[in-house]
Design a protein. Structure first.
Length: 144
């Protein structure tokens, strides 16, 4: 069994005309689309890590965590630098008031997308499911 590395991130939404738009970032290293996330530092909680990574990767610190939404996925990863390991990612859902962000050097592209647009860019079924569940959770909130 390979080592397990913990990561965390936010499914970040901005309500535009009553409809959520989701921030996606395309990795400069491997070209896949995802959300702000990254490995946790020693002793760091998943929520603190998600906040840190979001700030580092997007400049966004004005966000409100949506209660009662946490999803965890895991998958095997193999890299030259770290070898083979199991990656466990905890996703939280948060709302931000403006569709503004700064794109980090880690990313080749970024943007705010409707659910359908976001799903068409994402390669991994496990993460597509997280995004679908986040969207359903947002739509179930009174007064969103």
């Amino acid at each position: 069994m390979p080592d397990t590395r913990e990561a965390a991130g936010f499914v970040l939404a901005c309500m535009d005309g009553g409809s959520p738009h989701y921030l996606l970032l395309r990795s400069a290293a491997h070209g896949t689309w995802g959300v702000p996330k990254g490995h946790l530092e020693p002793g760091e909680s998943a929520l603190a890590g998600a906040r840190r990574e979001t700030l580092e990767e997007t400049g966004i610190d004005d966000l409100r965590v949506v209660q009662d939404f946490t999803r965890v996925i895991q998958y095997e990863v193999e890299t030259r630098k770290r070898g083979r390991y199991l990656k466990r990612v905890t996703y939280f859902l948060a709302l931000t008031p403006k569709m503004l962000h700064v794109q980090s050097d880690e990313h080749a592209e970024s943007g705010w997308f409707t659910l359908e647009e976001a799903l068409s860019r994402i390669d991994f079924e496990q993460f597509k499911q997280v995004l679908r569940e986040a969207d359903a959770h947002l739509h179930s909130q009174p007064g969103r």
